[in-house]
Design a protein around this ligand. Structure first.
Ligand code: NDP
Ligand code: AOF
Length: 589
């Protein structure tokens, strides 16, 4: 996280010896790559934060770039574009090995084609199926590749390596533990209370500290509170620091004894998911559903199961802003990785005033959990104390791939071998996802072809096509120019939720066809995608989305899996197994 680093300016570290690659300069530039990669924290999820800096032989910074969001131009492409001709013979610094997961190797190609002769890499990709691929590819193209900790070693190298680890902690923890990276944050008085005995808590920490909380929210995929915090505080849990990413709000409530009027049921800015015990207050569940709030039921509501569920939904990082009851349960379940405690110089007293962590069952001080890598930072009048509850996972030996994990421990086998699951674009078959960054050319109502950045862009915009309302037209354009497939999805869903009357009346009956045509285009014009699809012949394809019960397979196979079905239909058509192949309505890019 940006505020954890004390970066030195790259210009200050400019090399004085033009013929050697100064060790210090390398480390300064790799830290800078980590720093810029962090600019998109929150937006880039579920992709890692990638930053790239190009330095000329004389040590000048020629270009920089970072991945803005999933599906946007890779950091390396942006950096060499910015450096232009100065890339020839230059060194590229990247905080993490590129994950060329779409078969187009765009990051590696960009560096090679730009004439980069050396790459310094902060860390290998943490996902096994991507790990080492880009490094091998670069070396095979004749580049000198130095990986921190492997080809370069020293105390200072270790520190720079750590900077690279820190910007991608969520991915590293998530890959190692199969739950999202979770941060417990709370604000307490100097006498250790998170509210007065009455339950009143607004505010303990200063405005400056609360602004920092907005930043923390902005870099998280979701914020969690317990039912009691909803009843007591009526929180909004939005990131209000201006222009940032908005996390999903998650409420954990066993009883579902929640108020009908609550800020969290207002979905104008962002969605809310309520997680509850199976069968709890069915009428209230219907009420929430009528507001557009998603309800997910669990047989037994415990933080580990809930986190595994959100891991499967693709969440990388979660901020827990609950009270002590749920915090204790989450810590006991081993799902909290890091703590941010804002301590305000105030005393409220009160024998029954709540404290940040409830009962953990410990009886001796020797049992206390020691935080690791503790940082102290003054924020206005408050002190922010942060540290890890669990050490950063060791990446060597490498984190086993899902396949290996299932082989080692058959009890975790979720999938049968004849089923190929895909979901996130970085999965081995991630290119099947509609979020994969493969532009398509599709005809409009008049038969004129237009380019769409991804299948998702095209699909979402189609919801509003043909509606005689200028607002709908406006949204089509907005979705079309969305910076990433995720942004397009967010915009399309938000608009559909907020203004259902702007959705074309035949949407439900045409949406499968819209998707089919878009997929047909995608898998026709990219030969490597076509080969990948054909290589799955004989296997069932399932989009492993646990929450999308129409396009995805659902959590327990209850979803209709229409995306998987369409891909299998297309596969059969491409293999000539079906006579029902319809006319191809797209043109090559
Ligand atoms: N200063 C600060 O940083 C903060 C202060 N607060 C303050 O804390 C107080 C509320 O604290 P607290 O009561 O601890 O609230 P919590 O946010 O911890 O909520 C507890 C509730 O979480 C739900 N829950 C669901 N699953 C579990 C589980 N496995 N274990 C435990 N709880 C679960 C239950 O909801 P249900 O009863 O609906 O079933 C339970 O009652 C308020 O006064 C609030 O103002 C709260 C957050 C931060
Ligand atoms: N009281 C308290 C906090 N409380 C947390 O913030 C939530 C309210 O968020 P919002 O409605 O978005 O402003 C509240 O429910 C609880 O989770 N946080 C802090 O940083 N400092 C404070 O003093």
């Amino acid at each position: 996280m940006a505020f954890l680093f004390a970066y030195s300016s790259p210009i200050m570290c400019k090399a004085t010896n033009f013929n050697t690659h100064s060790h210090l300069q390398d480390l300064s530039y790799i830290r800078r790559a980590a720093q810029i990669s962090d600019k998109s924290a929150g937006f880039s999820s579920p992709h890692p934060n990638f930053g790239c800096l190009i330095a000329t032989r004389s040590g000048d910074v020629a270009g920089e770039g970072y991945l803005y969001a999933q599906g946007t131009k890779p950091a390396e492409v942006l950096a060499v574009e910015a450096a232009g001709e100065r890339s020839r013979g230059a060194t590229a610094y990247v905080n993490m090995e590129p994950g060329d997961c779409h078969g187009d190797h765009s990051a590696v190609s960009a560096l090679v084609q730009a004439g980069i002769t050396r790459a310094v890499i902060g860390m290998r990709h943490p996902l096994q199926h991507l790990r080492g691929n880009a490094i091998r590819a670069l070396r095979s193209q004749g580049l000198q590749v130095d990986v921190l900790g492997e080809d370069m070693q020293s105390k200072l190298v270790e520190e720079a390596q750590k900077a690279c680890l820190l910007v991608n902690l969520p991915l590293i923890y998530r890959a190692a533990s199969r739950v999202p990276f979770s941060v417990l944050k709370y604000a307490m008085t100097l006498d250790g209370k998170i509210a007065a005995s009455s339950g009143h808590a607004a505010w303990i920490s200063s405005k400056l500290s609360r602004n920092r909380v907005f930043e923390l929210r902005g870099r998280s995929d979701a914020v969690i509170v317990g039912g009691n915090t909803v009843r007591r505080d009526n929180p909004r849990l939005t990131a209000r620091h201006g222009g940032g990413h908005m996390p999903t709000r998650i409420v954990l409530s066993q009883t579902l004894d929640l108020p009908e009027e609550a800020n969290l049921w207002d979905l104008s800015d962002v969605s809310t998911v309520v997680v509850t015990q199976r069968g709890a207050r069915r009428s209230f569940q219907s009420f929430l559903a009528s507001k557009g709030v998603e309800v997910v039921e669990f047989d037994i509501l415990n933080p580990r199961d809930v986190m595994e569920y959100f891991h499967d939904r693709g969440y990388l990082s979660i901020l827990w802003e609950c009270g002590g009851t749920l915090a204790a349960s989450a810590i006991s379940s081993g799902v909290i990785h890091k703590v941010f405690a804002f301590v305000a110089p105030k005393i409220i007293g009160g024998k029954n005033a709540p404290s940040p962590v409830g009962e953990l069952g410990m009886v001796e001080m020797s049992q206390a959990l020691d935080l690791i890598d503790v940082c102290f930072e003054q924020i206005g009048p408050d002190m922010l104390i942060s540290g890890f509850l669990q050490p950063i996972p060791d990446l060597t030996p490498t984190i086993p791939s899902e396949d290996e994990t299932f082989a080692i421990d058959p009890t975790v086998t979720r999938f049968e071998s004849s089923i190929i699951f895909f979901y996130k674009t970085w999965d081995p078959y991630g290119a099947f996802s509609n979020f994969s960054p493969h532009p398509i050319q599709m005809p409009d109502e008049d038969g004129n072809y237009a380019s769409w950045s991804s299948v998702e862009h095209y699909y979402q915009a189609n919801k509003f096509i043909g509606v005689g309302n200028p607002l709908a037209q406006d949204w089509i354009e907005k979705i079309k120019s969305a910076k990433s497939p995720e942004e397009a999805a967010r915009m399309g869903r938000l608009m559909q939720r907020q203004h259902p009357h702007l959705v074309r009346s035949d949407w439900e009956s045409v949406k499968i066809d819209v998707m089919y045509r878009a997929l047909k285009c995608k898998f026709s014009i990219y030969p490597h995608l076509n080969s990948m699809l054909l290589s799955t012949a004989g296997s069932v394809l399932v989009e492993a989305s646990p929450h999308d019960l129409f396009w995805g397979g659902g959590r327990e196979g209850e979803g209709l899996n229409y995306l998987g079905r369409l891909l299998m239909q297309l596969r059969a058509e491409f293999l000539g197994e079906s006579s029902a192949a319809s006319e191809n309505s797209c043109i090559a890019l």
